[in-house]
Write a protein that binds this ligand. Structure first.
Ligand SMILES: [Zn+2]
Length: 160
C-alpha cells in the first residue's frame, strides 16, 4: 500500500465506527439529510466532498465504473463497511429496497389478529386473503410468530 493510500485510508477510518467484519460500520462524520455519510477530503487530489460509502468502495474495493451506483446490501445508508457495499444500477437499487421492505415490513397487529381469528381453515386461502406467505399465515395460526399479539388479546378477553 502506498503511503498516500495509507494516509487516505487512515483519514477515512477516523470517521468510522468500526465494528465486526459483518456488522455495519457507521459513518460518524457529517451526513447528508438523506442519511448518507459525507466524506470531505482530497479523494483525487482535489478538495471536495463525496458520499462516504462511495469513498469506502473506492478505497477498499476499487474504482467505481462510470454511471454505476454503490449500493448498500444492508439498507443502512450511514454504513461504510465495504463488505456491505456492491456496485449496481439505480433500477437494481430500487428493486432490492422494495423486496426487502416486503420481507421485513411487520404486519400490523390488527392483521395478525384477523389472521389468527379468521374462521376459515384453509391456510392457503387465508394467506391469499391477507397477502402474506403461506408460512407466515401458518406461523400466526399456530402461534409460532407474533405470539405476544394473540396472547395480549386472549388476556384482555379473559379479564373483561
Ligand atoms: Zn452495513
Amino acid at each position: 500500500m502506498s503511503n498516500e493510500l495509507k494516509r487516505a485510508v487512515l483519514h477515512f477510518l477516523s470517521y468510522v465506527d468500526i465494528e465486526g467484519p459483518d456488522d455495519c460500520w457507521e459513518w460518524v462524520g457529517s451526513k447528508a439529510q438523506n442519511g448518507y455519510g459525507l466524506y470531505s477530503g482530497k479523494p483525487h487530489g482535489v478538495e471536495r466532498s463525496m458520499s462516504a460509502h462511495r469513498r469506502s468502495y473506492e478505497l477498499f474495493i476499487g474504482p467505481i465504473p462510470e454511471d454505476m451506483y454503490v449500493l448498500h446490501q444492508c439498507d443502512n445508508r450511514g454504513c461504510v463497511n465495504p463488505a456491505h457495499l456492491v456496485e449496481g444500477t439505480q433500477a437494481r437499487n430500487m428493486r432490492e429496497a422494495m423486496e426487502r421492505r416486503r420481507v421485513f415490513t411487520r404486519l400490523p397487529n390488527e392483521t395478525v389478529l384477523a389472521i389468527y381469528n379468521d374462521p376459515r381453515d384453509n391456510i392457503a386461502e387465508i394467506a391469499r386473503a391477507y397477502d402474506v406467505t403461506y408460512s407466515h399465515a401458518w406461523n400466526i395460526r399456530n402461534r409460532r410468530k407474533r405470539i405476544h399479539v394473540t396472547k395480549k388479546r386472549r388476556l384482555a378477553k379473559h379479564m373483561t
